[in-house]
Design a protein around this ligand. Structure first.
Ligand SMILES: Cc1ncc(COP(=O)(O)O)c(CN[C@@H](CS)C(=O)O)c1O
Length: 407
């Protein structure tokens, strides 16, 4: 079973009540962005109708309330990922900015000519391109851990790829295209044995199972609020305090300073050193509301639901003649990429859309991975805590409709 009252949880997400194209909405694209529970919407309204002001600067009551709400949100994030110190939580726009922040600070400081940055073949473009930019600028080399036919990391290749020139291992926790889950603790142990720090892209993991950054031991962990059923425009970079303290600022401006003269600026302490300008107060408040919502449901229960529905969906998709799953590695989250005979994935998506079913088709910002599997694109259904078996049944019915139209 799903581990919680699925009907009640589903009722918490207003957007799901609508009909599209004359049919009930079947939203199977949560890996792209999650929908929002009423509690998040209420938190945003309450903030803007009651507490909004600019933070850290005003001496008035509203600024005190806004600052309190913003810093309380930081503590909520700390608790959610089990960081040791609240200063290890930096608010950014999302996973992409979190990774670019590390590339622009750690990367610029530590990656030099002849050095190497190690990533994997299953990375999202936002964990490939920033490192290419760092390596191009520094005359360093990007190295790639290969992925096998099932979509699993080739762990036996890792040791040789962690060389004395490797300055960082940047790796996804869960593949957004395949659903594969990487053994982060094991990878961190291998990298740390050679004093190589590790950045983990957590965009597709924090939404599905409990994440404990102290247990994982990684140096950085990045995720987006909008995939965590929170607002767009807010995300988190977790960094070990000692690591963050060692880094130069990312962007210059207000709040990231202690004092400025035309001759010299004294930078602020962590985390504010990395938060230049007016932050996304409402986004942080909305993200905290999303986290509190998930804590109330229970991430273990969310994980149980994901695995319950994933098993059902995997069997259901396998029952569709001509459907081929791309990536068959064991997984814990409901990400299912597939092809359907020789029907172009975009055509699959278009017919499903006419049935009110929302999936993603394309390369999923993982073109090197699609290349590795010899496909230009796939169709991807991704599940979240509000999805039901009926959603999966509608998907299967839609796929039979695709076969009628195209096969
Ligand atoms: C593993 C992984 N890493 C980074 C990102 C980027 O997240 P942003 O919030 O866009 O910054 C994503 C977002 N993947 C979406 C949009 S391409 C998907 O449909 O799969 C991701 O899945």
């Amino acid at each position: 079973g799903p581990g919680f009252d699925l009907a009640r949880v589903r009722a918490d997400f207003p957007i799901l009540r609508q009909e599209v194209r004359g049919r009930p909405l079947v939203y199977l694209d949560s890996a792209a962005t999650g929908q929002k529970p009423q509690a998040v919407l209420d938190a945003l309204t309450r903030y803007y109708t009651h507490d909004n002001a600019n933070v850290h600067r005003g001496v008035h009551i509203l600024s005190e309330r806004a600052t309190q709400a913003f810093e309380d949100a930081r503590e909520t994030v700390r608790r959610f990922i089990h960081a040791k110190d609240v200063r290890e939580v930096i608010f950014v726009r999302g996973t992409t900015e979190a990774i670019n922040l590390v590339a622009a600070t750690y990367g610029r400081k530590h990656v030099g000519p002849g050095d190497e940055v190690l990533i994997s073949a299953m990375e999202h473009h936002s964990n490939i391109v920033p490192w290419q930019m760092v390596c191009d600028a520094a005359g360093a080399k990007l190295r790639v851990i290969p992925v096998d036919e099932r979509g699993e990391l080739q762990m036996d290749a890792v040791d040789a790829l962690l060389t004395e020139r490797t300055r960082l291992l940047a790796i996804t926790h869960v593949s957004n295209a395949l659903g594969s889950v990487n053994p982060i603790k094991e990878l961190v142990a291998k990298a740390h044995a050679k004093n190589i720090p590790v950045l983990v892209d957590g965009a597709q993991s924090v939404t599905h199972f409990p994440v404990d950054v102290q247990d994982l031991g990684c140096d950085f962990y990045a995720f987006s609020g909008h995939k965590l059923f929170g607002p767009t425009g807010i995300g988190v970079l977790y960094g070990k305090l000692s690591m963050l303290e060692s880094l130069p600022p990312y962007q210059g401006g207000g709040d990231m300073i202690l004092s400025v003269t035309m001759e010299k600026t004294v930078y602020n302490r962590v985390p504010h050193r990395f938060e230049a300008g007016t932050p996304d107060m409402a986004g942080a408040v909305g993200l905290a509301a999303a986290i509190r919502y998930l804590e109330a449901v229970g991430m273990e229960n969310v994980s149980q639901h994901d695995q319950w529905l994933l098993a059902y969906a995997t069997d259901a998709l396998r029952s569709v003649p001509g459907l081929k799953l791309v990536g068959t590695a064991p997984r814990k989250t409901g990400v299912l990429s597939f092809t359907l005979e020789d029907v172009h994935p975009h055509d699959v998506g278009t017919i499903l859309d006419q049935e009110g079913i929302c999936i993603r088709t394309g390369h999923h910002c993982a073109q090197p991975l699609m290349q590795r599997f010899g496909v230009a694109a796939t169709a991807r259904a991704s599940l979240a805590l509000y999805n039901t078996r009926e959603d999966v049944d509608a998907l299967v019915k839609g796929l039979h409709k695709v076969k009628e139209v195209f096969a």
